[in-house]
Write a protein that binds this ligand. Structure first.
Ligand code: UD1
Length: 422
């Protein structure tokens, strides 16, 4: 298994282009199942999660061609569609469950493996299931697979309220509702930019949707959807991650394609900690203000709150801030697995349930550490860039799921980072 070697070597300066959003692309791709006509996605990120979704869609009978070195995905689902999403592919990635809504809407039935348990918590699918049941689906769990069937062969519109503003459940129900008979209203819908991006693409395909980006989305079902070309929205998590590089190490970095409205709550916390973030014509510019970083308290929340997917990286920053910070994780129950690894680098962190208390130290020291999930991996790289000496992060296959050309991008701003192939 590959590992990443990082050496802290001072301030970072330069420009980093930010890719299209992994989480938007992973929900836009299955939207192809809703139409017989081609769907073209531009600004797609080159990631192993995208390769997994490609493999899943191909196993269902969709065509997926990767063009321009993977930056453009040409999708089409005009032939016969297989309605069984197999465990061997689904288990690799929870987002595979996003084929359930589109398959059910198109075929009237679907058999989709339940994604396996995930390292960052239980992540059940009850909200997806209840939402689709409210729309007339009958869903049973048999042998680890969800067997779903639309009563009368077609989903019906319904008004439903999500117990939690789940991103995946909102996406699955939204996609299913575009072809349902009648009107669907999703109350307490998730408001993430990736959902807005999905709704905009579906609208180009002919869907009738109102209210995306608010907690009430209304969808008027139509008989069929057509083709579209759509540019994937900027990855706000990749953006936030690289914003932390100059924040932690000093220097000034411009993130091309970044927009403040994608990371407002995060940028506000950075400002409080002593980091300046300004909008430029092409993106966002980030630099450290004078003096040592200051401790700040952070609570993760659904969008527009502070994103759970930036919590691990923010913790890396707070490890060397002056004072005591409290991080509260409200989205996932087991998302502090990076804390024991940061301790190996000299950080002072106590975890109690959903809270982590970080006492800032002057300096971290390089160490051998292990990546436990996607965002934890990159938090260890960030910590390594700020540490004295060498840090080796092992199990970095997680990184390739969510960060394209990660070493190249960090090297582009002067970081000392290399991949060691096993
Ligand atoms: C998406 C993102 C992930 C991000 C998360 C929260 C993708 C591919 N992934 O994941 O990177 O961390 O949003 O911003 O877009 N829940 C239930 N029942 C359900 C569904 C969810 O209880 O049926 C719970 C989950 O266990 C979790 C919370 O709701 O505690 C939020 O999950 P959700 O918003 O659904 O996350 P995902 O869509 O899986």
């Amino acid at each position: 298994m590959d590992s990443i070697l990082v050496k802290g070597n001072g301030a970072l300066n330069g420009v980093i282009p930010i890719a299209g959003a992994k989480n938007a692309c992973l929900t836009l791709m299955p939207a192809t199942l809703l139409s017989e006509e081609p769907l073209t996605l531009t600004n797609a990120p080159r990631l192993s999660d995208i390769a997994t979704m490609t493999q899943l869609l191909q196993s269902l009978g969709a065509e997926v061609a990767s063009l321009q070195e993977g930056k453009v995905l040409a999708l089409a689902s005009h032939g016969a569609i297989n309605h069984v999403a197999d465990y061997d592919i689904v288990r690799k990635m929870r987002a595979s469950n996003l084929v359930l809504g589109p398959l059910l809407a198109r075929e009237g039935h679907a058999i989709v493996s339940l994604p396996g348990g995930c390292a960052i918590g239980a992540r059940p699918m009850d909200l997806h299931i209840h939402g689709l049941e409210a729309m007339g689906a009958e869903i049973e769990l048999k042998d680890g697979y969800l067997h779903a069937k639309a009563k009368g062969g077609k989903l019906r519109g319904a008004e439903l309220t999500l117990r939690m503003a789940s991103v995946g459940a909102t996406e699955n129900i939204l996609m299913a509702a575009t072809l349902a008979k009648g009107t669907t209203v999703i109350n307490n819908a998730a408001r993430e930019p990736e959902i807005v991006d999905l709704a905009q693409c579906l609208r180009k395909m002919g869907a009738q949707i109102e209210g995306e980006g608010t907690s009430r989305i209304e969808i008027q079902g139509v008989d069929r959807l057509g083709g579209a070309t759509h540019q994937v929205v900027t990855d706000r998590i990749e953006l936030g991650t690289y914003m932390l590089a100059p924040a932690i190490c000093g220097g000034e970095v411009e993130l091309l394609g970044g927009r403040m409205n994608l990371v407002a709550a995060f940028a506000e916390k950075l400002d409080e900690a002593g980091v300046s973030v300004t909008e430029t014509a092409n993106g966002l510019k980030v630099s450290r203000k004078n003096g040592r970083l200051k401790a700040v308290d952070v609570t993760t929340e659904p969008f527009p709150g502070f994103p759970t997917d930036l919590q691990a990286q923010m913790m890396a920053l707070l490890c060397t801030a002056e004072g005591t910070s409290v991080l509260e994780e409200k989205i996932f129950e087991n998302r502090f697995m990076h804390a024991p690894e940061l301790l190996r680098m000299g950080a002072q962190i106590e975890v109690h349930g959903g809270h982590a208390t970080v006492h800032g130290v002057e300096k971290l020291r390089g160490a051998r550490v292990m990546a436990t999930d996607l965002r934890a991996s990159v938090s260890l790289i960030l910590a390594g860039l700020a540490a004295e000496g060498e840090t080796v992060v092992s199990r970095v296959y997680h990184l390739d799921r969510g960060y394209e050309r990660v070493e190249e991008k960090f090297r582009g701003i002067g970081a000392h980072i290399e991949r060691i192939s096993a």
